[in-house]
Design a protein around this ligand. Structure first.
Ligand SMILES: Cc1cc2nc3c(=O)[nH]c(=O)nc-3n(C[C@H](O)[C@H](O)[C@H](O)COP(=O)(O)OP(=O)(O)OC[C@H]3O[C@@H](n4cnc5c(N)ncnc54)[C@H](O)[C@@H]3O)c2cc1C
Length: 579
């Protein structure tokens, strides 16, 4: 193995999506801060976000943070923690104005204010009618946010380590002292010694075959935390976005429906009228995805196949050009469809992870249901579970979550830095990562990483998707464990350390296989239907037994251990969700 480099930074951030950059910006203003990212910062998945970021600015209607709170709680199927949700919705306007002042070029209303549009599940006055709440920049919202925050971090001298893959956290006696990362480009192993470390490592859509997520979204952060014997929370809740391009999964933003697009089956019927007559296509994602899947399963897909139509043809061309130009190009380039005149073929696509690394409201990573924290370790954005999204996230609440809790993680780490001293590193911190790397490089099995990954993705989409049953989940749990066994027998061809994508993918697959077990075991255990988790054999929500968060540990000897944590309810008692 190449030489080891040692770095010392007060603060280290892993991940340069919106959560990581916002935390890094906060910390860089005062402390020596490093930001490590597997991809070049502006290639992080946040940059692919299209539709918008939620805040009750009320620029175009009479919005209020309480309406936003009600919608988020109801959207979460009452699993979201209401104290955390209140923080999210109350701070949202300040976060958006802060972004505006940092230089984000938002689309504008005719009188120069930040423009806002409709999104699924966002309503005025507790469900009365759709709210104009999503602040956007055409359909490039994530792109402009990411570039602006990156520029700001450069301005404040964040030290970037791009194309560095974090391999292990260094945690001893519940104190995080830094991490080990591999410089993918030149091959060395680097030790980052830190007083505080923020994880902003994003989601894991790549556990599924049909997904809207970037190739890098393999949930590494979850794997790193699991390596340390820490739990993950609510992993059974995986969001399927209703409108992925057929076969490809590439996202067609909900902003298209926000601008008035229809969803139609083979009979040309706007079938959402059967499922959510009030909000129609603007119902929350879990409901729209299920409705589409049900139509497909009943043979109402286009030509009886596994897709339906997203129809924009009645929307004026000028509106599409002004507000949805990327959608036009994506449909044209990837589906060969001109959306001015033709409907876009779509199907549900794995999109977002509601579950993740459990944290308290100030982003400290916690190690159990009693919320005991790990000193110096924070998480924010999609890799974390606060939980503001509960069982189902509303569109535009995730950019908000990433920026808002990224800032909050930065601020809470800043506050803690005044009292956290330097802790000595263990004797050979390399050992936290080296054994695994050596094992992957030298293992002489007969299994290929790409095939195992393919089998995992395909089976997760098939058996742990929009609809779930005990039989499918039991089969899938067995299958994931078989894949884990096959993984022990892998062989890779490239034995070097420089730009070894074989090695990179093997490490990522190791993470995917570990937390996929928690997703499936959690889904099998939760015998109810709530939000994005729908059990055909338990179609009702069961508040008496399941109004609680799941904490799941992978046991070293194999198998999964569970504990549960109550949901925080402050303002809204659980009710039936009708839209
Ligand atoms: C196509 C698409 C469209 C979306 N549109 C919207 C929208 O309009 N509105 C909305 O609210 N939400 C949207 N979302 C969701 C939202 O974009 C994401 O949830 C959010 O941007 C996640 O931000 P993040 O900072 O947590 O993670 P990411 O942006 O995914 O960044 C993760 C970072 O972690 C780094 N990383 C990961 N593993 C490692 C490792 N081992 N070592 C080093 N670095 C690592 C990566 O390099 C990357 O920099 C969309 C998502 C997708 C996929």
């Amino acid at each position: 193995m190449a030489d080891v480099m040692l770095h010392k930074f007060d603060a280290v951030v892993i991940g340069s999506g919106l959560a990581g950059l916002r935390a890094a910006l906060e910390l860089s203003r005062r402390y020596n801060t490093a930001c490590i990212s597997k991809v070049f910062p502006t290639r992080s998945h946040s940059g692919a976000a299209q539709g918008g970021i939620a805040a009750s600015l009320g620029n175009l209607d009479d919005d209020h943070w309480e309406y936003h709170m009600f919608d988020t709680v109801k959207g979460s199927d009452y699993l979201g923690d209401q104290d955390a949700i209140e923080i999210l919705v109350r701070e949202a306007p300040d976060v958006v104005y802060d972004l505006e002042h940092l230089g984000v070029p938002f689309s504008r209303t005719s009188n120069g204010r930040i423009a806002q549009r409709m999104f699924g599940g966002h309503t005025l006055n507790h469900g009365e009618k759709p709210a104009l709440r999503a602040c956007y920049s055409m359909d490039y919202t994530g792109h402009v946010l990411l570039h602006t925050l990156y520029e700001q971090c450069i301005k404040h001298h964040t030290r970037f380590f791009s194309e560095f893959q974090a391999l292990a956290l260094i945690i001893e006696d519940d104190i995080c002292k830094g991490c080990v990362a591999w410089d993918i480009h030149s091959g060395g192993l680097h030790i980052f010694h830190s007083r505080v470390l923020v994880m902003g490592t994003g989601g894991y859509g790549r556990a599924y075959k049909i997904t809207s997520n970037a190739h890098a979204n393999t949930g590494d952060g979850l794997g790193l935390v699991m390596q340390q014997g820490l739990p993950l929370q609510d992993m059974e809740f995986v969001q399927f976005h209703p409108t992925g391009l057929w076969k490809q999964g590439i996202l067609v933003t909900e902003g298209a429906r926000g601008e008035g697009a229809y969803i139609k089956n083979r009979h040309g019927e706007r079938f959402m009228s059967k499922y959510t007559p009030k909000l129609m296509e603007l119902a929350p994602r879990d409901m729209v995805s299920r409705s589409i899947q049900q139509e497909i399963d009943e043979g109402n897909g286009i030509d009886g196949l596994d897709y339906v139509h997203l129809d924009l043809t009645h929307i004026p061309k000028a509106t599409i050009i002004e507000r949805l130009p990327q959608i036009h190009d994506l449909a044209f380039n990837f589906a060969g469809v001109d959306c001015f005149t033709q409907p876009i073929p779509i199907q549900p696509t794995a999109h977002y992870s509601m579950g993740g690394i459990p944290v308290d409201n100030d982003c400290h990573v916690v190690k159990n249901a009693k919320k005991v924290t790990i000193q110096g370790l924070y998480a924010a954005g999609e890799c974390s579970c606060v939980s503001v999204h509960g069982a189902n996230r509303l569109g535009t609440n995730s950019l908000l979550d990433a920026v808002l809790f990224g800032r909050r993680a930065g601020r809470s780490a800043l506050a803690d830095l005044s009292s956290i001293e330097w802790n000595d590193l263990p004797d050979d911190p390399r050992r936290f990562a080296q054994a695994e790397v050596d094992w992957i490089l030298n293992n002489r099995g007969d299994q290929r990483v790409a095939y195992i990954k393919h089998d995992l993705q395909e089976s997760m989409t098939k058996r742990c998707g929009v609809f779930r049953t005990a039989k499918d989940l039991t089969d899938q749990l067995t299958f994931v464990r078989e894949l884990q066994a096959r993984f022990k027998n892998i062989k890779i061809d490239d034995k070097g350390m420089i730009f070894n994508t074989d090695l990179m993918e093997a490490i990522e697959l190791g993470h995917l296989l570990k937390f996929a077990e928690l997703i499936v075991a959690g889904a099998l255990g939760r015998e109810e239907s709530r939000g994005a988790h729908y059990r055909k054999d338990f179609p009702k929500r069961d508040d008496a037994n399941w109004l609680k968060h799941t904490l799941a540990w992978r046991k070293p000897e194999g198998g999964v251990e569970f504990d549960w944590r109550p949901v925080v309810i402050t303002k809204y008692e659980p009710k039936e969700r009708v839209y």
